[in-house]
Write a protein that binds this ligand. Structure first.
Ligand code: SAM
Ligand code: SF4
Length: 440
């Protein structure tokens, strides 16, 4: 979502004369878009700010030039005043729901007077109403935020506090943005939301549409070839969305469905409002409708109170589900969340051991999933050039990175059939099938 927000900020600033620079050294404006989900991400904000101060801001000022530094995103939201205290040279602090005000805030900054600007409101008029600007170029695959915030209040999570209450973007605004993306050459759209499948809005038939219905509408757009969505919550996987995986060929066979833990005790302490059995049932149903679907997930190890038995239940669930890939994290204490004040914190050593065990199985499962692709033909959307000469990187329907070589000058944005010859932990390699028969 931060990636999407960063692209939106760049779009917003384009009419004001700003262009994206790949290096901060000579930039007139540096926006650090930050994440608050785990402590490590927050630490990175402060270390990166130190680097920007030393390497860019101070050096530029010595040569009489100025650069404006803005901190955006969820750290700005949660620690805005702290940032201003620790780094008073920062010019702007802007929260994830207020970045539509960036042009105005930039205009107000006076580097001589050092009048830093802070804007961390949750505005009553949603930011999307202000983001209808001209678009910078995108890769063939782009993100589109349709839902933000969360009302579920899991005991470990900062999202409800930093991104605010659950909000679903109107259908027209989503379709308009999708059309704009298609017009600039985007072929694949990933719909985004902290709980993307909680999205709902009243449709033109006066009925409440859910994500499955929205995907059906997007699938009608000519030029859009692939649709994905992330991240989902097990409680919001309704039948219409599950059926969409069977019925809509543009919807990719990939589902990222976090469960966090395989233990009902821990799920209860986490305030997840579902059991491990509920999760298993959802996966079973999804696989009934779409047997080859790739399943991904998120896991937290070492949540306060997690015993060896609870941990074993997580390992059992992972073994049973068989993931194509998944994300796993050590529980990170987030100030202000209910779990942060628990007396039953798990020690770091135990967390590390448990994380290793979870990741070991997930690594095995990912490799096993990738190995199954060998000698099969896979349709790949070509995203960009690889690091080697004549090499391209594409994405498979199952969300795997696929590398292949070709002397064709520009295949980026094409959909190409690749015969997979080798499979690795994180990627596949292969050759283009029968170039003559493919419209490149
Ligand atoms: N809404 C999704 C759900 O409920 O499953 C997850 C979205 S959350 C923004 C992304 C992931 O970050 C979570 O699935 C969780 O695994 C991880 N996460 C969130 N808070 C965390 C914490 N305090 N410590 C470790 N991981 C955390
Ligand atoms: Fe965070 Fe997801 Fe729980 Fe909402 S449902 S509080 S985003 S983990």
């Amino acid at each position: 979502m931060n990636f999407y927000d960063s692209e939106k900020m760049a779009d917003l600033l384009k009419p004001h004369g700003y262009e994206i620079d790949i290096c901060a050294d000579n930039a007139d404006l540096i926006v650090l878009n930050t994440c608050h989900i785990r402590e490590k991400a927050v630490e990175k904000t402060y270390s990166e700010l130190g680097r920007i101060r030393d390497q860019v801001k101070n050096r530029k000022e010595k040569t009489g030039k100025q650069s404006i530094v803005a901190v955006a995103g969820c750290v700005a939201q949660a620690q805005g005043k702290e940032i201003m205290k620790r780094s008073p040279w920062v010019d702007i602090v802007v929260g994830p729901q207020s970045y539509q005000n960036l042009p105005e805030l930039i205009a107000k900054v006076d580097p001589i007077k050092k009048n830093n600007q802070i804007n961390i409101d949750f505005p009553t008029i949603p930011k999307f109403d202000y983001l209808e600007s001209e678009m910078n170029k995108r890769e063939p695959s782009a993100f589109l935020t349709i839902q933000e915030g969360c009302d579920k209040f899991c005991a470990f999570c900062v999202v409800p506090y930093t991104r605010g209450a659950e909000y679903s973007r109107p259908i027209k605004s989503i379709l308009d943005e999708a059309k704009k993306l298609i017009d600039i050459g985007v072929k694949e759209i990933t719909l985004l939301g902290q709980n993307v499948n909680a999205w709902s809005y009243e449709g033109r038939d006066n009925k409440i549409w859910g994500l499955g219905r929205l995907i059906a509408e997007l699938a009608k757009l000519k030029g859009l070839k692939f649709i994905r969505y992330t991240t989902s919550h097990p409680l919001d996987m309704d039948l219409e969305l599950i059926e969409a995986h069977r019925d809509i060929s543009k919807l990719m066979p990939y589902l990222h469905l976090p469960v966090q833990s395989g233990s009902d005790n821990i799920l209860k302490l986490m305030n997840r409002k579902h059991t491990a059995k509920d999760y298993r049932k959802v996966i079973e149903k999804v696989r009934d409708f779409k047997p080859d679907i790739a399943i991904s997930g998120d896991f937290i190890v070492g949540f306060p109170g997690e015993t060896d038995k609870d941990h074993q239940e997580t390992l059992n669930l992972i073994k049973e589900i068989q993931y194509s890939q998944a994300y796993s994290f050590k529980y990170s204490v987030r100030p202000g969340t209910p779990a942060a004040i628990s007396y039953n914190q798990v020690n770091e050593e135990v967390k590390s051991k448990r994380l290793y065990e979870v990741q070991e199985i997930l690594r095995e499962q990912q490799l096993k999933f990738n190995l199954k692709s060998i000698n099969s033909a896979i349709k790949v959307l070509v995203l960009r050039n690889g690091k080697k000469s004549n090499q391209y990187l594409g994405r498979s329907p199952f969300n795997q990175s696929v590398y292949f070589s070709s002397g064709h000058k520009n295949l980026i944005g094409s959909t190409i059939d690749i015969n997979i010859s080798e499979a690795f932990q994180n990627s596949l390699t292969g050759k283009i099938i029968n170039t003559n028969n493919q419209k490149l």
